[in-house]
Design a protein around this ligand. Structure first.
Ligand SMILES: *Cc1c(COP(=O)(O)O)cnc(C)c1O
Length: 437
């Protein structure tokens, strides 16, 4: 019996058996999932021989596109040696090496690495570690968290509590721990926006710091908010403020880490002292296997150090420190050791230049870019714009999912002059199709 893999049949089977993420299944018939047969570099291929450029790196994870030979080789080698062993009571070279290399990338400031399975679990781990660290130090009242307006930190119950994206959050609001949501330094509001955001943070911390464990932010770019950007100066001021008021700072680099914004950690651009926690996931395995990491300081690590088992951090996930995922992450770091940031700088210039003409489009505003993230907002966008754009883009060989009225590119690090101009043309043509409908 051969399986029917024709496009429509696979779509129908998928709609019947697979509950798709981030999808109203009642509308999925109108926007059927694209059956993908294989991927190669930045391109995805369907069963009919059509190809699509993966402009959002499959939810920001495929840094080097699809089926990258180096990443695949690293995983295959690990697969034949040791695919997995539990990290409690055992250890293995890929995990140790990964922790050491990430620590080195912070100059040793964040020298302790805890392993999770996905972004949301990293957020949960950091929130728990922050609270528990204060508790171990006798500051049991420090149990509140602060996040930014429109911030996104994942969708498990704890992570959702520090997420301010209504569409993901509202239905579950009754279940969530109460966090403080503070004005975001959205650069579209100009320099006063940043001043206001910092003043709001100061006002909150002046009043509540005795009860606050940590502030969590997405450095430089609030991704799910619609690629909302802010300046490194905000991060510098925020670091100083969290020090002044004695609260932890958690830098959620799940989206912006791994070279996405121009430096390996987005935080580096602040030129400030390191945060108390940095979280990585998404791109760290280049879109091959799920993995997340929570990097933290000697001070926090030491606050758990005790003869008393219950003062330890007993958190665990079944796949913690999975060796295959760690091998993939080490292969990703190999690329950065071999000049990836320099390549990204050149690629980001190509993207910026190719999209510059689109900034003049009468319906385009707030064209903005940081490293390998480029975004713009669409004025007076029609209803269900994101859905329409996503569908229309398929006809221009483009896989892309706008957020609300914001169209963004977060492409694989595989941009050359030809792909940059292909992307600019495809996005412009898609936009014109959608607007003229
Ligand atoms: C995607 C994301 C998360 C959640 O990661 P998952 O792997 O989807 O759970 C958390 N924080 C940020 C900034 C993200 O972009």
């Amino acid at each position: 019996m051969s399986e029917n893999t024709s496009t429509q049949a696979l779509q129908q089977r998928s709609l019947a058996a697979v509950w798709h993420p981030c999808t109203q299944m009642a509308r999925a018939e109108l926007m059927p999932p694209l059956p993908i047969q294989r991927g190669e570099g930045a391109w995805l291929y369907d069963f009919e021989g059509n190809r699509y450029f993966d402009a959002n790196s499959s939810w920001w994870v495929n840094l080097f596109g699809h089926a990258d030979a180096q990443l695949n080789a690293a995983i295959k080698q690990q697969l034949d040696t040791l695919p997995h062993v539990m990290l409690a009571g055992c250890t293995h070279e890929p995990a140790v090496r990964l922790a050491e290399r990430l620590s080195a990338r912070t100059g040793g400031a964040l020298g302790h690495c805890f392993f999770g399975s996905d972004g949301a679990s990293a957020v949960e781990i950091a929130l728990k570690q922050s609270f528990h660290s204060w508790r171990n130090l006798g500051q049991v009242e420090k149990r509140e968290f602060v996040c930014l307006k429109n911030g996104y930190h994942g969708e498990t119950i704890g992570a959702l509590a520090v997420t301010d994206v209504a569409i993901f959050r509202d239905a579950y609001d009754p279940l969530l721990m109460r966090a403080h949501i503070v004005e975001s330094p959205d650069s579209r509001k100009g320099p006063e926006g940043q001043v206001k955001a910092l003043a709001a943070m100061r006002a909150l911390l002046e009043e509540r710091s005795a009860s606050v464990a940590a502030v969590i932010v997405e450095p430089l770019v609030q991704g799910a908010a619609g690629m909302v950007m802010h300046s490194p100066a905000y991060l510098r001021a925020l670091r100083a403020m969290t020090r002044e008021f004695g609260v932890h700072l958690i830098a959620d680099e799940i989206a912006v880490g791994c070279g996405r914004t121009g430096t390996f950690f987005a935080w580096e651009q602040s030129e400030a002292e390191w945060p108390d926690f940095i979280l990585l996931s998404k791109g760290i395995t280049g879109g091959t296997l799920p993995l997340s990491l929570v990097l933290t300081t000697e001070a926090i690590f030491k606050s758990f150090w005790s003869e008393d088992v219950t003062r330890g951090f007993l958190h665990s996930h079944s796949y913690t420190g999975n060796a295959l995922a760690c091998a993939a992450a080490n292969a990703v770091l190999d690329r950065f050791d071999a000049g990836q940031l320099e390549r990204n700088a050149a690629q980001s210039k190509l993207l910026g230049a190719a999209f510059a003409p689109l900034a003049e489009h009468e319906r385009v505003e707030q064209m903005r870019q940081r490293g390998m993230i480029l975004a713009f907002d669409v004025k007076d966008a029609p209803e269900r714009f994101a859905e329409k754009f996503h569908l229309a883009a398929r006809r221009h060989e483009l896989l892309i999912r706008p957020i609300g009225q914001t169209v963004y590119l977060m492409p694989p690090y595989l941009i050359g002059p030809a792909t940059a101009s292909f992307l600019a043309n495809a996005v412009t043509n898609t936009l014109n199709d959608v607007l003229s409908d």
